[in-house]
Design a protein around this ligand. Structure first.
Ligand code: NAD
Ligand code: MG
Length: 393
């Protein structure tokens, strides 16, 4: 029975993963659970699942968790920090690692899982956006398995030929069509965008997700990150990926073939479908997801993306074309800007401006090793924080 480690267990993906596992306790065992600082939720999860390890990002939270668990008579061993995260990600007894930490914080633990040859269930798209080639090489060199959790990439994976190692073109694949809901501001008058507040930005019409990815969906940086993610996962370039606005979020993406066929994966917007798919692959298991009712849905709409409304999408496509650490710089600037927006320091429309200026001002390099990636990530963060200070002054 595979032992599962969930990095970011208390988040939206983490909780959905435990939900799927709870339906298949005869198939999967929870080995380790990790979280940033939410002692309350991680304690409850440990009491319910009794994992061998629990990890918190900082020592103080780990101490609190330890006290809670001892008081309840739970024997879970509590660890802290990046070292604790990496330890459970590469532990010999771990078989599957759900990488569901949000942002750059997930990079090193996810890389540790790849380097230890685990089945990596990748939700943490920022890790791949930052480290691209390095991450894919780690997967290949250490015979790890990489299964995409992001609904679009999971859909693309399902629609691709089983073996694409000879390249997409030779496999008869012409294009990838990645769908996007357009988020909560798809039809908001352009002049009102600068007044949108965090709760409006986080009110996604179709998906219930963490706050960072919700804001990314509102700016469509999420789709930009996903184009980059798809380039690495499926070994292609942004020119071969068409973004298609599809407000109903029923088709999760498509693959177009040389013979004119377009294969699509449809389901209700519920992350338990891709999670169950990746856990059980190549088998299929129950996910607890409501059956798709096409008569209820009745129609599916498609539109071209509008770069004036969604400049972040273009910035991401351009960063991928620039290559090297440009995508790490894009990601870092975006993380800082989104946090600045969520904290009320900048306007919604400042997010794209900060990312754009950072990409112009912080020079990128060949992403030949982790050190260079982390150095450029740090420089981009510093530059973005400086811009937020200036805007807030
Ligand atoms: P979330 O904010 O709900 O949860 C994030 C998790 O990461 C939490 O468990 C948190 O404790 C942990 N975390 C945050 N900072 C950390 C740190 N410094 N160290 C250790 N742990 C830390 O986010 P989410 O919506 O579950 O998204 C997680 C990832 O999955 C993101 O990369 C997101 O882009 C991706 N994703 C999410 C969805 C979705 O439906 N929620 C869909 C596709 C992809
Ligand atoms: Mg997605």
């Amino acid at each position: 029975m595979p032992n599962v480690t969930i990095l970011g267990a208390t988040g939206s993906i983490g909780v959905n993963t435990l939900d799927v596992i709870s339906q298949h306790q005869d198939r999967y065992k929870v080995f380790a659970l990790t979280a940033n600082s939410n002692v309350e939720v991680l304690a409850k999860q440990c009491i319910e699942w009794n994992p061998k390890y629990a990890v918190m990002a900082d020592e103080a939270s780990a101490d609190q968790l330890e006290q809670r668990l001892r008081a309840q008579g739970v024997g879970t061993e509590v660890l802290a920090g990046l070292a604790g995260h990496e330890y459970v990600a590469r532990h010999a007894e771990t078989d599957y690692v759900m990488a569901a930490i949000v942002g750059a914080a997930g990079l090193l633990p996810t890389l540790a899982a790849a380097r230890a040859g685990k089945r990596v269930l990748l939700a943490n798209k920022e890790a791949l956006v930052m480290s691209g080639r390095l991450f894919m090489d780690a997967i290949r060199d250490h015979h790890a398995e990489l299964l995409p959790i992001d609904s679009e990439h999971n859909a693309i994976f399902q629609c691709m030929p089983a073996d694409i190692s000879k390249g997409l073109e030779k496999s008869g694949v012409k294009r990838i069509l990645i769908t996007a809901s357009g988020g909560p501001f798809r039809t908001t008058p352009l002049h009102e965008l600068s007044n949108m507040n965090p709760s409006q930005a986080c009110a996604h019409p179709n998906w219930d997700m963490g706050r960072k990815i919700s804001v990314d969906s509102a700016t469509m940086m999420n789709k930009g990150l996903e184009v980059i993610e798809a380039c690495w996962l499926f070994n292609t370039t942004p020119e071969n990926i068409q973004v298609v606005l599809h407000p109903q979020s029923i088709i999760h993406s498509m693959v177009e073939y040389a013979d004119g066929s377009v294969l699509a994966q449809l389901s209700n917007p519920d992350m338990r479908t891709p999670i169950a798919y990746a856990l059980a692959w190549p088998e299929r298991i129950e996910a607890g997801v409501e059956q798709l009712d096409l008569f209820e849905i009745a129609r599916l709409d498609f539109e071209r993306p509008d770069y004036q409304r969604f400049p972040c999408l273009k910035l991401a496509q351009e960063a991928m074309q620039s290559g090297g650490t440009a995508t790490a710089i894009l990601n870092a600037a975006n993380e800082i800007a989104v946090q600045g927006f969520l904290d009320g320091h900048i306007r919604f429309t400042d997010i794209a401006r900060i990312v754009e200026t950072t990409l112009e001002q912080v020079s990128h390099h060949e992403a030949s090793n982790l050190e260079i990636i982390l150095t450029d990530d740090g420089a981009a963060r510093e530059f973005s924080i400086h811009q937020i200070r200036e805007l807030a002054a």
